[in-house]
Design a binder for this molecule. Sequence first.
Ligand SMILES: [Zn+2]
Length: 285
Amino acid sequence: MIPVADSHAHVNPVRGLGAGEVARRFRNAGGWFIALVSLQPSAYGVEGSNVEAYVQAALIHARECGRAREEGLRVYCLAGFHPAEVDKLIDRNGLKPLEVLELGFKVLEELSKLVDRGEIDGIGEVGRQHYRTASERVLVANMILEKAMEIARDKDIVVHMHLEQAGEATVELVDVITRRLNAKKEKLVFHHAEPRVAAEATRRGYQATIPGIPKLLEHVLENLEPTYTLESDYLDDPKRPGAVTTPWDMANNIARIATKSKDIEEKVYRINVDNIAKTYSVRPP
Ligand SMILES: [Zn+2]
């Protein structure tokens, strides 16, 4: 079986299948590695717009990561502060932009302690809104991203970045921060990257993950240099089936496309093994 890695997925033990079942299905389809990213507190039924709610969500997620490991997968476990939370906290919870900034910073400090304690491995998702919103909100989100990049540099951990998809501008607007902070590019992942963003990001030494959805998968495997990784961005929430794909469907599709030619099979190996090893320092058992 071709070893397949899912470089960005979510699991929800409250609304969905939870990590154990997701991991079993993925492993049975050839999965060996998965980067599991926390959801916002409300997705787990945790209410409140304070640090405690985010820490509780991160700990629920850490437990889920453990369940996926018990099923035999290699897991990289990330918790973060999604840029959409900035808007949600202002619009629904009545926080002011600077209160969100302060909260975001505090959450990252707590997550950094969870990294020290070995509860989580990295930070994600953080970044900038991919939709139009007030400029001060984008700046708040960007400051939180910068703080995460600083922590990642000091602790040598991975950050999954959720960003606007503005081609080279998106990459340069991260690169400016990286240069200033002296951050480690290979640990910074452009999540949900369009092929052109992924190509530019990896050309500059970053990691990028492209959604492994059927309409993209065939195209990128056949035409793009294999410098990226693939992600399902599975949400594990039956109420939000708009989600991209499932880890196991993605694995099955990759395996099917890999049989088309020796060339594609080699690319699939580089994408799912070598590129994962570069960022996460793991290899299939
Ligand atoms: Zn995601």
